[in-house]
Ligand binder design. Structure first.
Ligand code: KIV
Length: 282
């Protein structure tokens, strides 16, 4: 049985912090589950760290469904959240419901995440009423990077902070089961976390959130194009991969690879026969 949104709400009630990591494929999801990660987000950040786009804006529904499926196949217990990509939920509510439904029906996710506060409340409410659990996402919302004018901390002024508080309140009222707070001052994130009953999951939002999320490639040191202040590297896999590839190149060039251990053999008598024969005539 997978972890449910009820389990996550109970974790908040018990004061148990919620660790979440993004996952984009079968193998990494399997490893994260073996380590005990309860909550995995197939984030549209895959646009940058997996597909090589320069933002999350170009990511499509088909790409999201494809990656959600692989993560679901690699896990049995973790709760898998499928991220709704840019313009898959903005134009019309029925289309938003259909696209959210695809992440569950075709992808196998247990819930979806979408960006936006007050102006998304009606959409969140209608998706939730269709039976699809929704995680909200406020603060820095990367799909709006062109509107925000860059990736910056949100909610620093009194009016911006009050607006974010209202976003959180309205999302909870609309039925969101949890809310991501991205790049929000730690004091504000703590205040929001105390005021809403649903879990808050922070990224660049301080220790006062109910859980934390990190991008897979950031926390393992796999991605150097852009290293955000809020990322902590728990491993240097990028360096490890480059070192391994350098040794491999040298082993191939010097014939140190493969050895007999990594090769297959045939019997000497067959070989002897073979050596005495010409190519088969065409
Ligand atoms: O797409 C993503 O990985 C996200 C996280 C930053 C929360 O939305």
């Amino acid at each position: 049985m997978r972890i449910t949104i009820r389990d996550l709400k109970q974790m908040k009630r018990r004061g148990e912090k919620i660790p979440m990591i993004t996952a984009y494929d079968y193998t990494s999801a399997k490893l994260l589950e073996q380590a005990g990660i309860p909550l995995m987000l197939v984030g549209d950040s895959l646009g940058q760290v997996v597909l090589g786009y320069d933002s999350t804006v170009p990511v499509t529904m088909d790409e999201m469904v494809h990656h959600v499926k692989t993560v679901v196949r690699g896990t049995e217990k973790a709760h898998i959240i499928g991220d709704m990509p840019f313009l898959s939920y903005h134009a019309e509510i029925p289309e938003a419901i259909r696209n959210a439904g695809r992440l569950l029906k075709d992808g196998g996710a247990q819930s979806v995440k979408l960006e936006g506060g007050q102006y998304m409340a009606e959409t969140v409410s209608r998706i939730v009423k269709s039976g699809i659990p929704v995680m909200g996402h406020i603060g820095l919302t990367p799909q709006s990077v062109n509107q925000l004018g860059g990736y910056r901390v949100q909610g620093k002024s009194l009016s911006a902070a009050m607006d974010l508080m209202e976003d959180a309140r309205v999302l909870e009222e609309a039925g969101a089961y949890a809310i991501v707070l991205e790049c929000v001052p730690a004091q504000l994130a703590k205040l929001i976390s105390e005021r809403v009953k649903v879990p808050t999951i922070g990224i660049g939002a301080g220790v006062g959130c109910d859980g934390q999320v990190q991008i897979f490639h950031d926390f393992l040191g796999l991605f150097d194009d852009f290293v955000p202040k809020h990322a902590r590297r728990y491993a240097e896999l990028g360096e490890a991969i480059k070192n391994a590839a350098t040794v491999y190149i040298s082993d191939v060039q010097t014939e140190a690879f493969p050895t007999d251990k990594e090769s297959f053999t045939m019997s000497e008598s067959v070989l002897h026969e073979l050596e005495g024969r010409a190519f088969k005539p065409a």
